[in-house]
Design a protein around this ligand. Structure first.
Ligand SMILES: [Zn+2]
Length: 319
């Protein structure tokens, strides 16, 4: 059973909005383009792993995708978590390209790519630490967690995995996405003793879902004034559509749209936080009339708090 699906990370949506709104010559534009492409590649790899999970019989497990739990002034993140009555399997997904040599004896992994050599922390150790944190978190909530067995998925199908020291942990814990069943099976056979009841698992899942807090990039060093304001033309991507009665019109390509302001408001929420006033809305979208702005805002799925000038709009559940 899948208790939490994977959805497009908010982080990706934020980077997309930032890139859309930063002018072409902005000094930090390339940095966010890099972050976006890395994050997108990782997400693609995770979705591929999800596909292989969906192909195996996972009925003895409850599965949570992409959880991030605050614990002891920090957070631990688990890309995929399998929970059964007798076992937990946290899986870390790594979308690394090139040749990957694992040296767990020295807590490192070396990547060879395009003639370059780069050292990374050992992903097996990282996943073990996440598992320990999960264990401690569950104990702190009065659960007696079952044993856990961490795994590392290399989700880039082009990567070449090498285990030069023939380390047993590498061969038993690291795998390419299509091989998931064969990595899980030995652990299923090893742990037969029931530690958690079905009821416990339900409670744990509920707790994890309640505590889940997705990572959001800190944009405090990116001034709001750096962003281009205005409504983007959905046809030619030029920012600065003009409002004529009930339509938005593009000066550049002549395209008209009824609801182009919705995407602009979404961008505002992504780059400037989850609330907007009528004045901020008019300023960002370039709407002169306070009444027209209020009418547009009232037609959207937004939550209204405060009165008159103090009125603030925040996104509703389906916005
Ligand atoms: Zn246009």
């Amino acid at each position: 059973m899948i208790a939490k699906n994977r959805s497009i990370p908010k982080e990706i949506e934020m980077y997309e909005a930032i890139i859309r709104r930063l002018p072409a010559n902005h000094p930090r534009k390339a940095e966010f383009e890099n972050k976006l492409s890395r994050k997108k590649a990782g997400y693609k790899g995770e979705k591929e792993l999800d596909y292989h999970i969906s192909q195996i019989n996972h009925s003895s497990f409850t599965i949570l995708h992409d959880i991030r739990i605050p614990y002891n002034d920090t957070h631990f993140q688990i890309d995929t978590l399998f929970i059964s009555n007798s076992l937990m399997i946290p899986i870390d997904s790594k979308y690394y390209a090139g040749t990957l040599e694992f040296y767990p004896e020295f807590n490192q992994m070396i990547q060879y790519l395009n003639g370059n050599e780069k050292v990374y922390p050992d992903p097996i150790l990282q996943t073990k630490i996440q598992g320990r944190q999960l264990e401690a978190f569950l104990r702190s909530h009065q659960f007696s967690p079952p044993p856990f067995e961490p795994l590392v998925a290399i989700t880039n199908s082009q990567a070449l995995i090498k285990n030069p020291t023939q380390n047993k942990e590498v061969s038993s814990r690291v795998f390419k996405s299509p091989g998931i069943l064969y990595k899980i099976r030995p652990y299923l056979e090893k742990y037969q003793e029931e530690v958690l009841t079905d009821q416990d698992i339900k409670k744990i899942v509920k707790l994890l879902l309640r505590k889940h807090s997705p990572y959001l990039p800190d944009l405090t060093e990116l001034p709001y004034s750096d962003f281009q304001k205005g409504v983007e033309c959905p046809a030619c991507n030029t920012i600065g559509m003009e409002k004529f009665h009930s339509l938005w019109g593009c000066k550049k390509c002549g395209h008209t749209s009824k609801d182009a302001h919705v995407a602009a408001l979404k961008d505002y929420f992504l780059i400037n936080g989850q609330s907007i006033t009528n004045r901020q809305f008019r300023d960002f979208l370039g709407i002169p009339s306070i009444h027209q702005a209020r009418r547009l805002l009232s037609q959207l799925d937004l939550i209204i708090t405060g009165e008159k000038k103090g009125r603030v709009y925040t996104p509703g559940k389906n916005f």
